[in-house]
Design a protein around this ligand. Sequence first.
Ligand code: ADP
Length: 767
Amino acid sequence: MLAEIFIPHGHCYLWKPTLVGLHLASDALIALAYYSIPLMLIYFVQKRRDVPFNWIFLLFGAFIVFCGTGHLIEIWTLWHPTYWLSGFVKASTATVSLYTAGMLVPLIPKALALPSPAQLAAANQALQQEIRERIEAEQALKKSEALYRGIVEDQTELICRYLPDGSLTFVNGAYCRYFGKNRDQLLGQAFIPFVPDQNRDQISDRMNTLLALTPTRSVAIYEHQVIVNGEIRWQRWSNRAIFDEQDNIIEFQSVGLDITEHKLAEELRAKNLTLEAEKRYAESANRAKSEFLANMTHELRTPLNAILGFTQLLVREPNLTPSQHEQLSIITHSGEHLLELINDVLEMSKIEAGRTVLNPSRFDLYRLIDSLEEMLQLKARSKGLHLIFDLSPDVPQYVQTDESKLRQVLINLLGNAIKFTEAGSVTLCVSVVSTHSSVVTSASLLTQEGVEKSDNEQLTIHFEVEDTGPGIAPDELATLFNAFVQTETGRNSQEGTGLGLAISQKFVELMGGKLTINSSLGQGTTAIFDVLVTLVREADTPCQAPKKRAIALAPNQPTYRILVVEDRWENRHLLVKLLQPLGFEVLEASNGQEGVALWESWEPHLILMDMRMPVMDGYEATKRIKAHIKGQATVIIAITASVFDDKRAVVMSAGCDDFVRKPFRESVLLEKIAAHLGVQYVYEDSPQLTSLRSRASIEVQTKEALAVMPPSWISQLYLAAVCGDYEQMLTLLDQIPETQSAIKSALADLVNNFRFDLIIDLTQDFS
Ligand code: ADP
């Protein structure tokens, strides 16, 4: 059948239908395949537009389509001899294939440069690694940002950023808390509303300064005020400018601190400095005032010395009428009152100037109390009052504290009680409160009761002065210790200065205690205070004879020469008048220079030296005298109207052996002379009985001390006493060594008072 069909080149296929069929089927299948391949290529290109050089796939597609068409034309030309057509198709195929081949040439190196799948896989892996690393870095970044944000947020410092126009771009938590606002209320707003109106211009000026900051000087620190919750507070800000690449300021970052407390402290410090300066000024003014007072009182005391001194001398005149006696006693009383006032005012000014110090000494507490009893008894009796002194038996005899201050406090309190009480009694109770630290020593002391106490032990002694007087109203109690304050009763009495309690309180404080006054109107008053004392074995000054008036030197004593060096005639005269009648030899010098000259030529045993004198003062004269060996044997007692205790140290350091204050009491001066020269006096009147307590204590003390004398000597004294041999007794007393001056003066006292009975009591046990 094939043969029947025209086949122009059938002979090429040997006219065999199977061969034709083979070619035909093969061409048809090739064409089918050639057409399908471009479809897939187009599909691929469509899907993978990112594949490099994808246009070459299209070229391949076109080339394959032409090849497929060539195979279809092969089938066609089996039966249809359209060789032109097949020629054109082949020519087109050739063109496309040549073009494709041509295009492939430059493409090959590019294609070769493309990464292989292995390379791609490696690159991919590297890429994934990088991605992982980036993710990690990002996480670390986030963490660190959170950390720094946390730090910034947790700061107690206020942190903010703001633009050059002042509007805030960042604020930390502290900033929000400080101003009591949240971020939304603050961000984008200017901080200027927080600044008080009056300071805003200043802040604008500072903003201009901040805008002038440069990268090399990018920080400026300012302090200013802000208003927070209606309260003005101080802040210190450290402002850092942030620059762009062109060095223009784009923002400021500031760290602020509330410095209100610091500012207040600074203000306080400044105030304190001013106060301190004022205090120093006041202190120097106070010093000037006390110097002035010291000088003033010196001037007041000096004439008072003459008034009181000559009054004391006048009282001795035998021919005085009773009215003259009375007038002299008024002069003495007024003079003493004036002296008391001067002393009080001065004491107060010393306290105010901080110049009051404790001058502890060892003294006989029993004797102090006895002397007060003796002194005040008369006054109490004259008012019909019972003066009761109740001394607890465990109170020690010898103690160490400031005797003169304790005496002054007791005199003031007892004096007030007697002064203001019209009926009833005034009682002084003395007892021991407690024992403090004790320094163990071998020495032990006996109290009145015979209780043993060790030396150096500290005790608190309790004093109570109770009266049955008018009492003090509660509202007046509060101001009682103020200087110059008197209660109704005090004002009515028209006596006193209102200084006594103020001074007493300070003195008690100095002695380690506290003074309190308990009182109610109509019920009497009780003044209570404690004093810290140290127990000692004996007093600094030996037991003195009871105070009586010396009328002469006891017989059989050397003649003592006393030189009075004093510029004021009346005072010199007073001393001469006082000493000469007693039996002393006295010469006068009116200044230090004369004094030194007389000392050289006359060699006095003792000099009474005024310290303030023209030409040469007492300090210089004393120094000159004491610079000689001979001068060491001369006793110099300074007599000064100075009132400060520290003057005493100055006087002593100049070389003086002792110190007597003007105006002096005759007995005080004579006692001092006796203490230094060992002279004995004959006293006026029959023996004045010492109180039982003193006498008992003298007895015990004298008996103990007597044991140091040889038994034969004690027997002689006993015999002399039994025979009433006054002269022999004095001769025996002369044999008592200087080291036993206490026993000497105690015995001399008994002899001079004709208490031979007591001497017998003391000595009979030994004989
Ligand atoms: P002065 O006694 O010199 O007036 P004080 O300071 O000693 O000064 O006393 C102050 C005032 O306290 C006295 O004026 C008196 O009014 C009152 N006062 C002191 N002691 C007593 C007392 N025992 N009874 C009543 N009033 C007293």
